[in-house]
Design a protein around this ligand. Structure first.
Ligand SMILES: [Zn+2]
Length: 245
């Protein structure tokens, strides 16, 4: 149930999806995979929106070179585990949200445990090998996977839903090698914020999702495009799902 204080806190968004929508957010448990640039924006908006439980998984510690985009952290957090610093910051923002910070590596042998009973995965990773692992876990569990990625002034975001859409392996069949790439903070903020908006829309049913549509952001020429996505007929992850249906 939503308390009078919660009604007060969420009043402006409850005008969009009502008390029932807010209760659904409160009952939701979301995995945010990665607590970097995308994760900073996604976590702040999901905590502020009143998602009941946020499970944040990241293996790293805060470095000075993170601070141009990872606004969950300040100078005083350098050297501290990201999940610990993130939990402290988010608990200050909204004490009603339960934060589970796990300093773990997302890998094939750990992912299903890490996802646990979460009802949705937010991709806030910085590499496609890790994203593939999350994608496969989302399909195995039958839960949505909100994909976001940035590089330089460019970003992309889409919502994958098992049984209804293509999957990440249709879009990016082979993971490019992991490397340090250039990135500016605002693009992480935009993409991470859209991922949070998709999450809120999914749980409240407030409006259509970015299903089978890839939103591409070009921060150089200030162009945003929506490109249709089609499931790859031979995809070994979502293709199997389609055959089963
Ligand atoms: Zn696929």
């Amino acid at each position: 149930m939503i308390s009078p204080e919660e009604c007060d806190r969420y009043e402006r968004q409850m005008r969009l999806f009502g008390r029932e929508g807010q209760e659904r957010l409160k009952a939701a448990k979301v995995l945010v995979a990665g607590a970097g640039g995308l994760g900073s924006a996604a976590c702040v908006y999901l905590a502020a929106a009143g998602i009941g439980t946020l499970r944040i998984v990241d293996e790293g510690a805060v470095e000075r070179s993170n601070l141009n985009r990872q606004f969950l952290y300040g100078d005083e957090d350098i050297g501290r585990a990201k999940v610990e610093a993130a939990a402290a910051r988010l608990e200050r923002l909204n004490p009603d949200v339960r934060i589970e910070g796990l300093r773990r590596t997302i890998a094939e042998d750990t992912v299903l445990d890490l996802v646990g009973d979460c009802g949705l995965i937010v991709d806030a990773m910085d590499n496609f090998a890790g994203r593939h692992v999350l994608n496969d876990a989302a399909w195995a569990k039958g839960i949505p996977f909100i994909h976001g990625a940035v590089e330089g002034f460019y970003g992309q975001v889409t919502t994958f839903v098992p049984g209804r859409t293509a999957c990440l392996r249709c879009l990016v069949p082979v993971a490019p090698p992991r490397r340090a790439f250039p990135v500016i903070g605002p693009l992480c903020g935009i993409v991470g914020s859209i991922e949070a908006a998709e999450t809120v829309k999914y749980f409240t049913g407030a409006s259509r999702l970015l299903e089978n549509m890839l939103l591409m952001l070009d921060g150089v020429d200030c162009v945003i495009e929506e490109v249709p996505l089609r499931p790859a007929p031979d995809c070994r992850v979502c293709g199997r799902e389609r055959t089963r249906r």
